[in-house]
Write a protein that binds this ligand. Structure first.
Ligand code: ILE
Length: 427
């Protein structure tokens, strides 16, 4: 029986992937990520169910697909010379550039000979392969292959100044720079490279040929373009403005929306300035804002959430979006145990607004198990980031989450809120 027949007989497509912002994770509004969307589409195209498997490491993904423990590996994999010898690759769906990353405040290396410090990359990654090649021309070049961590985790270590450099794919870098703006690209490690799905080795190309058909269709319909734009398009024009810029926006952008924030505040009992601070964090008070997870408008809600809240207006309608955001926040607050009082109640609810209620619960459980207080934001915020590390999220109900994101989210809103309170208390 052919590979395709087996998939169809089992009524299941087993896709090996990894948890990361560019591939697959549980977002606040359900499973998301480019690979997730592509894999789901492919399973539908084949008329079978989708089963996602997330092996522990990149090496495991490669081993598993090589020995046929999985039908396809969809994990932001680069087509490399070494891999081509042991795997079959589907069509390229995206081109990315591997880049060397350092932290601002440190000297920017000009080129590979200019590195002064520790360089770590994901073990068995395309980056390790590339660096090994470079070592032939630059024998001085040394680096470590980290067998446990994801490339996002290595980016974080650079940010934390635990290591000096890493190499990561340009798409992962741009997404992660929104949260770690101090990460900087020093230079490209190579020309752009294709990403593609990997299939088990051998002569049986029946499933791979189906994937070709599928990607052809996505290409022709413009759907692939749309997906890439959906996940990456916004990144380049997303910036973390400083306080001065924020003050300027308070004068220039906030006034037309102020009455809607006040109205939503009255309706829900929330301080309008908190809602306004959320709106700023979400969209910089831009009613046309669009983001990767399909959220839109001033308060960055999904259409589903809007409907769920009983608001049948466009999310680009500022008043509707603001009302939706406020209602959504109070709904989350109602779900938190009575005993949690403000301000912790608000900070925890905001974190859930950003990362999803289930993930917040997971972090609170981890906090409790460690003897910390699950009702205190200051404690919970130490546990949220653990949700992006396998050894922790393995034990949780909802699994991987970009746990540093809600922390930054809440802390930003708190600063925006403080400033707004300070400004409006003066007048
Ligand atoms: N694109 C890179 C690779 O294929 C990533 C490394 C997945 C983390 O190795």
């Amino acid at each position: 029986k052919s590979h395709l027949d087996r998939v169809q007989d089992n009524d299941e497509l087993v896709v090996l992937t990894r948890n990361s912002a560019t591939t697959y994770y549980q977002g606040p509004f359900g499973p998301t990520g480019l690979e997730y969307d592509l894999a789901k589409g492919f399973a539908e195209f084949l008329g079978v169910k989708l089963r996602l498997v997330t092996p522990d490491t990149l090496s495991d993904i490669l081993d598993d697909i090589q020995s046929g423990r999985g039908d396809v590996a969809a994990a932001g994999l680069t087509i490399t010379e070494e891999r081509k010898r042991i795997l079959n690759f589907g069509p390229a769906y995206q081109h990315i550039t591997p880049q060397l990353v350092y932290r601002s405040g440190h000297r920017a290396p000009g080129n590979i000979e200019d590195l002064a410090g520790t360089l770590e990359v994901v073990a068995q990654s395309s980056h390790a392969e590339k660096l090994r090649q470079l070592q032939k021309s630059y024998p001085e070049l040394t680096f470590l292959e980290n067998p446990e961590l994801e490339s996002e985790e290595l980016l974080y270590l650079v940010w934390e100044q635990v290591i000096d450099y890493t190499v990561a794919d340009s798409n992962e870098i741009s997404i992660n720079r929104r949260f770690y703006p101090e990460l900087r690209v020093a230079f490209d490690i190579s020309a752009p490279e294709p990403l593609a799905w990997a299939f088990p080795p051998g002569e049986d190309l029946s499933l791979l040929n189906k994937a070709r058909e599928y990607f052809d269709k996505l290409n022709r319909s413009g759907r692939l373009e749309q997906l890439l734009d959906h996940y990456y398009g916004y990144v380049s024009n997303f910036d973390y403005v400083g306080t001065r810029r924020y003050m300027k926006h308070i004068k220039e952008r906030l006034p037309p929306f102020r009455k809607w924030f006040e109205e939503a505040g009255k309706e829900t009992g929330e301080d309008w300035r908190l809602l306004a601070a959320m709106g700023y964090q979400e969209s910089h008070w831009n009613p046309k804002a669009v983001s990767p997870t399909g959220v839109r408008g001033i308060m960055m809600l999904t259409q589903k959430t809007m409907q769920h809240l009983g608001i049948n207006k466009s999310r680009h309608n500022a008043q509707a979006s603001i009302e939706g955001g406020a209602l959504y926040l109070t709904n989350i607050k109602k779900k938190l145990p009575e005993r949690i009082k403000d301000p912790d109640r608000t900070w925890l609810a905001l974190a859930a607004y950003n990362v999803g209620f289930g993930h917040l619960e997971d972090a609170r459980i981890l906090a409790q198990e460690a003897g910390a207080n699950p009702d205190k934001w200051a404690d919970v915020k130490k546990f949220l980031p653990l949700l992006s590390q396998k050894k922790w999220y393995k034990k949780t109900r909802y699994g991987y989450a970009r746990g540093r994101e809600p922390v930054r989210y809440v802390e930003n809103i708190r600063s925006y809120y403080d400033i707004l309170v300070w400004l409006t208390d003066k007048d």
